[in-house]
Design a binder for this molecule. Structure first.
Ligand SMILES: [Mg+2]
Length: 375
């Protein structure tokens, strides 16, 4: 857990730097730095950079274990003939971050990374999961669209043992320690980034959440640029909301229509008596929001045929559970992390709630309205 938290803290620094450079008006470095994957989702230097540093740092920390990592990115684009300039940017971002690894109580590599070291580190994350053994699961940048828009995203790292998520760490660089700071920070950030480029170290606005299975506790600490200076008095236990009346509950869901049916969840919300406007948030920050009691419900119903990937959920699931919440598929069954890179056998959608009362009502409402839906 300690290694995982430090690694995620370090990875978040890389993301913050890349995000700042993307947001600079007319920045030379921003041109051409957002790429499209085959499914047309965006990918940036940060996705590959984080995957490379997490891969290297975990392997370095656990040298005597032959660790396995399942992660989202591959090296195909970077290894291709027109990927050279991009690869160079990844090399620079990774070296800039790894040189500071000692600030997080981690080791820097003896020599600066060359292109082939980066490709090797990325390729190392080639595990395909499964029901037996132990493997790490990484989404280097969860919510890349939020990331390129200067909005919410997460670095998500989890450990799975024999098909069960045993620990999860969620780095949320734009999700402040207190909900009330959220609007203030985003407005201030947008304003300040136009006036003067943010320097690394000047932003202590994010948080890192983490939990270990079976502890019955989940924790949060501020994002820091020097782990040695982390003030542990600022770390605290997080707990789900105690609200169980739908009238006072808030639900959150993905921003993108492509990822969930907003009309179906709007109908569900109405039928269970939810009155507040849904909060649409990019990335697994939605899971952090539930674990911390900022919202009570998360619902996601993807189009038929879409298969959820384990790295988009593993870290968030264990954090929500340990913080006291309930998360299942729409049939009320736990998400199954034992069947490879996909959440195979997922029944219709995902429902996470702060408690069993709300969860029960929503699962019931899905059953009642499913057949008349177009999903
Ligand atoms: Mg991702």
């Amino acid at each position: 857990m300690e290694v995982a938290v430090r690694v995620v803290q370090a990875a978040c620094t890389l993301c913050q730097r890349v995000q700042s450079s993307l947001l600079l008006p007319a920045s030379a470095s921003a041109s051409g730095s957002v790429h499209s994957k085959i499914d047309r989702s965006p990918v940036t230097v940060a996705d590959w950079g984080v995957q490379a540093i997490v891969s290297w740092l975990l392997s370095d920390c656990f040298q005597d274990e032959n660790i396995s990592i399942v992660a989202e990115e591959d090296d195909e684009t970077l290894s291709s003939s027109d990927g050279a300039a991009l690869l160079e940017s990844v090399v620079a971002a990774v070296n800039g971050c790894l040189i500071e690894a000692p600030k997080y109580g981690l080791r820097s590599p003896e020599k600066e990374f060359k292109a082939h070291d980066i490709l090797q580190a990325i390729r190392r994350c080639s595990s395909i999961g499964g029901p037996k053994g132990r493997f790490w699961v990484l989404d280097p940048v969860d919510g890349t669209l939020g990331f390129v828009r200067g909005d919410q995203y997460a670095v998500a790292l989890a450990l799975i043992e024999d098909g069960e998520v045993v620990l999860g760490v969620l780095g949320c660089p734009n999700y402040p320690m207190k909900k009330e700071w959220l609007n203030y920070h985003q407005r201030y950030y947008r304003l300040m980034s136009k006036v003067s480029p943010p320097t690394s170290g000047s932003w202590h606005k994010g948080c890192v959440m983490y939990a270990h299975r079976g502890c019955g506790q989940a924790w949060m600490q501020p994002l820091v640029h020097d782990f040695g200076k982390l003030d542990w008095r600022n770390s605290r236990e997080v707990r789900v909301s105690t609200v169980s009346d739908p009238i006072s509950a808030t639900f959150c869901e993905p921003v993108e229509k492509a990822n969930t049916s907003h009309s179906f969840t709007a109908g569900l919300a109405h039928s269970v008596g939810l009155r507040k406007q849904p909060l649409r948030v990019y990335s697994m920050v939605k899971y952090a929001a539930i674990a911390r009691g900022d919202v009570e419900i998360f619902m996601k119903f993807a189009r038929a045929g879409y298969k959820e990937k384990i790295w988009d959920h593993a870290a968030g699931v264990v954090i929500i559970r340990e913080a006291g919440g309930v998360i299942t598929d729409a049939g009320g069954r736990p998400l199954d992390f034992s069947r490879g890179v996909f959440l195979e056998g997922l029944d219709r959608g995902i429902i996470a709630c702060s408690g069993p009362l709300l969860h029960h009502r929503i699962v019931g409402a899905v059953d009642a309205s499913w057949n008349s839906s177009t999903l």
